[in-house]
Unconditional design. Structure first.
Lengths: 300, 193
């Protein structure tokens, strides 16, 4: 072995020794190793470089959707793979792919919860899938798709339920929940969330009506309200039919049948609510849900 | 060349496995946490209150009833409707008259209302009795009992067609109560008697 080769090996060992304690310093060393003619075509060099970048990434950029360090890890792993690595290096590269994929999943959560960034979360989720496919080309993403869309659906339906003017949130939630139902038609959470969205939207239509509304306007609102309530009933009924002890579905159906003025079913679910000690707010006046405005100038 | 940092990778993988489980749990928790319940808002009562207020635009009450508060009297138990009417009263007037809401379970003959609303548990007999007593006293009787218009003396009777709130109308009952009606009101009713 030549002296220059030994020198490069030595650099590599130093870089490895520094990778956890001082990855920035380790990278400086690696920059010379990857340029040296005797080591630049060695898969090992590039795998170590990827790993050092990974250490740096963990410390500084693991929650970034767009990370130059992550890009460097990926490009180093790509180069290593092109240089025909041995089986052990392949295993280690695959582990890094997996860890980066999982990192994207964490970013999904952060982007949704902290910044309501749906597009970003979708990008992170798709990147998660792309990286996982590199190591598991036949991976079935159905469970992941359900989990992701359910999270998005629950998150944005909540925003929409709180304020129906946030129609974009409503649209995102509907698309996500419908995707879940496409994959798993009996999924309780998706049926319940989408059903509640429709029902609450129906209730809000009535809430938003002015007391001075004319009969034509109220007629149109009633049409929409009933259409939504019927859509809601269908979805929530699926949940109840699969599990007749599901308290959320029982409570929702009680309110839906009240809205649809379906007295026999309303009475039936009222009885079920009472049997299960569910709070149906019989003593609460309906108007308490809204703030009681008392303007000085009343409308005539 | 041996891969010297293999043990580091083993540790890394262990950490990642636990992280993956943690993330899965976290996402499940997020989706559960944001599952809201159904709104308890009673849309049917709100719609009824809007209808009742809408009726006031089509009738004229006797002169002696134009100086007092405009009394809407609910006979029977319907907390949601009473609450909606009270909210309506806080926001609207009938002409220059303040709206006042009264509610008793049984009929109170001491109350002199402009509109009397009978909840569904009131039978035709109750409504007919009230209609007799209120003759020419300027109270529009609104019921929600089958046949209340046709044979029970109510001026207006609520009913539901395909879950939609509608009403039927008996002009003669309103006239007997001493009210004047706008002609176009009939067109709004699903049935006129």
């Amino acid at each position: 072995m030549s002296a220059t080769m030994l020198a490069q090996e030595d650099k590599l060992s130093r870089a490895q020794g520094l990778m956890t304690s001082d990855p920035a310093q380790a990278l400086q060393i690696m920059d010379t190793v990857i340029q040296h003619p005797q080591t630049k075509n060695d898969f090992y060099t590039w795998t170590i470089r990827a790993y050092i970048y990974y250490e740096l990434y963990k410390k500084t950029e693991k929650l970034k959707l767009h990370s130059a360090i992550r890009d460097s890890i990926l490009s180093s792993m790509k180069t290593s793979t092109e240089l025909k690595p041995d089986s052990e290096a392949v295993q280690n590269i695959n582990r890094m792919y997996k860890s980066l994929a999982i990192g994207y999943k964490k970013i999904v959560k952060v982007l949704l919860e902290d910044s309501l960034n749906y597009e970003g979360s979708l990008e992170a989720f798709n990147n998660y899938k792309k990286l996982l496919l590199k190591i598991e080309p036949k991976h079935n993403f159905e469970a992941d798709d359900i989990e992701y869309n359910l999270t998005v659906g629950s998150f944005f339906s909540n925003i929409f339920n709180e304020d129906n003017k946030k129609t974009r949130a409503g649209e995102i939630a509907k698309v996500a929940l419908l995707k879940v139902l496409e994959l798993q038609p009996t999924n309780s959470s998706a049926n319940l969330n989408l059903g509640l969205m429709y029902y609450n939207q129906a209730a809000n239509l009535s809430k938003s009506l002015e007391y001075g509304a004319d009969f034509t306007e109220i007629d149109a609102i009633q049409d929409n309200m009933i259409k939504l309530a019927k859509q809601s009933e269908k979805l929530i009924r699926t949940v109840y039919d699969n599990d007749n002890k599901n308290t959320k579905s029982i409570l929702a159906l009680y309110y839906i049948y009240r809205m649809l003025v379906d007295t026999p079913k309303f009475e039936d679910f009222k009885k079920k609510c009472k049997e299960m000690n569910l709070d149906i707010g019989e003593n609460k006046p309906a108007a308490t849900e809204e703030n009681q405005n008392n303007p000085q100038n009343k409308d005539k | 060349m041996n891969f010297k940092s293999n043990t580091i990778f083993v540790r890394l993988v262990k950490r990642l496995k636990s992280l993956n489980t943690y993330l899965l749990l976290l996402l499940c928790l997020i989706s559960l946490r944001f599952q809201q319940g159904p709104s308890s808002f009673d849309a049917v009562s709100k719609n009824k209150a809007i209808f009742i207020y809408g009726f006031t635009k089509y009738f004229e009450w006797p002169e002696d009833k134009k100086t007092t508060n405009f009394i809407i009297y609910v006979v029977g138990k319907n907390d949601n409707l009473v609450a909606e009417l009270k909210k309506l009263a806080s926001l609207k007037k009938v002409g220059d008259q303040e709206i006042e809401i009264k509610n008793t379970t049984l009929i109170d003959n001491n109350i002199n209302p402009h509109i009397t609303v009978f909840t569904p548990e009131n039978d035709i007999k109750n409504i007919s009795e009230m209609a007799g007593k209120m003759k020419s006293k300027g109270s529009l009787l609104i019921a929600e009992t089958p046949g209340a218009c046709k044979g029970g003396g109510a001026g207006i009777n609520f009913l539901y067609i395909d879950s939609k709130l509608k009403f039927e109308y008996k002009e003669d009952a309103a006239k007997k109560a001493g009210l004047k009606t706008k002609e176009d009101f009939k067109k709004l009713a699903v049935e006129n008697y």
